[in-house]
Design a protein around this ligand. Structure first.
Ligand SMILES: Cc1cc2nc3c(=O)[nH]c(=O)nc-3n(C[C@H](O)[C@H](O)[C@H](O)COP(=O)(O)O)c2cc1C
Length: 314
């Protein structure tokens, strides 16, 4: 049976999918139904300049942007929501999936999942802001896949737009296989539109997960899109880009990102170089091992440009 195409959402990846990257991706590749910002959190009582820049409407050119936050209690959540409101951000995702032990041990991200009362308290902010649209991004649990089943009734009661589920446990980080049995068990209980997230790297992977879970409302992809930014476009059009077309678009996307960095980064070459290297970290396979190695070992912008032009990327 052939199923209609699913919407694809670009997952938030701290350090990779900031505004410059998202804007350039939308302009050159597209195929994405919505982009998410990496999580914003309260740090030493305030917000990082980079988070202000990342959510500001002036810096965002994509059509459907969701801003994400991470907090372990209502008070911090309210502070972040006020910050979002100040910047006209009204489509909000709540992070209950982050696995970093330093954050999780204080019941942030997936660290909150074993505590239904704390989940309930945190999510009580949703009903206080009827002008905002909320979603939740979560894992199966911190150390037990039954944790998501225990909080399903709380989630079902709330006016959520959707839930995105990454079927791993927090304590696994990104190791081990995704747990599709755990995903199916949550899907059974969940009354909201459900988006699948995890380990989708090819058009076939997307089609397979859709066949297995015909009821899902979409898929969210992170690393698969960093590796191949054309993945969503290829799925939506049903056509693969040729190697030279892909390289051409990589060149265009990189040129847009580089122009933005050049116009605003004041920390000198090294800061820019380090940030640019992250752009090429995942697409090693597409650009070739040799080119990636040359990029990685470049010690200044001249060497970086030489590495790119030798790889046909400048
Ligand atoms: C380096 C890195 C940073 C991430 N940052 C965030 C984040 O800020 N917010 C979030 O919800 N998930 C974050 N994630 C998780 C991804 O959004 C996604 O759920 C995960 O990578 C699994 O999807 P994938 O297999 O398609 O990459 C991050 C993952 C990685 C590897």
């Amino acid at each position: 049976m052939s199923l209609p195409k699913l919407p694809i959402y670009f997952a938030p990846l701290q350090g990779y999918t900031e505004a410059d990257y998202r804007n350039a991706h939308a302009a050159v590749f597209g195929g994405i139904a919505g982009y998410y910002t990496p999580f914003v959190r309260v740090e030493t009582g305030g917000f990082r300049n980079k988070d202000v820049r990342d959510i500001s409407p002036f810096n965002n050119k994509v059509d459907n942007l969701t801003v994400q936050f991470l907090a372990n209690n209502q008070e911090k959540a309210e502070k972040i929501l006020a910050f979002f409101a100040e910047h006209q951000c009204k489509t909000i995702d709540i992070n209950m999936g982050c696995p970093f032990p330093m954050l999780a041990k204080r019941h942030n991200g997936s660290g909150i999942l074993p505590y239904p009362d704390e989940v309930k308290a945190l999510l009580s902010v949703i009903e206080k802001h009827p002008d905002m649209k909320f979603s939740v991004k979560m894992r199966l649990g911190w150390d037990d896949p039954n944790e998501c089943l225990a909080i399903a009734p709380i989630l079902n009661e709330l006016p959520l737009d959707h839930i995105t589920l990454h079927p791993r446990l927090g304590k696994q980080q990104y190791k081990g296989e995704v747990d599709l049995i755990g995903f199916a068990a949550f899907a059974e209980l969940c009354k909201h539109p459900l988006i699948y997230n995890g380990d989708l790297e090819t058009v076939e992977d997307i089609e397979d997960i859709h066949q297995q879970f015909p009821q899902i409302a979409g898929v969210m992809i992170g690393r698969g899109l960093l590796k191949n930014p054309a993945l969503a476009l290829e799925y939506q059009t049903g056509e693969r880009l040729s190697e030279s077309e892909l390289r051409q678009r990589f060149k265009q996307m990189h040129a847009l990102v580089l122009a933005q960095y050049e116009s605003r980064m004041e920390g000198g070459d090294l800061q820019m170089l380090n940030k640019l290297k992250t752009f090429w970290e995942y697409p090693e396979e597409a650009i070739g091992r040799k080119t990636w190695k040359n990029i990685k070992k470049s010690i200044n912008m001249d060497k970086y440009r030489t590495a790119l032009s030798q790889g046909g990327l400048l």
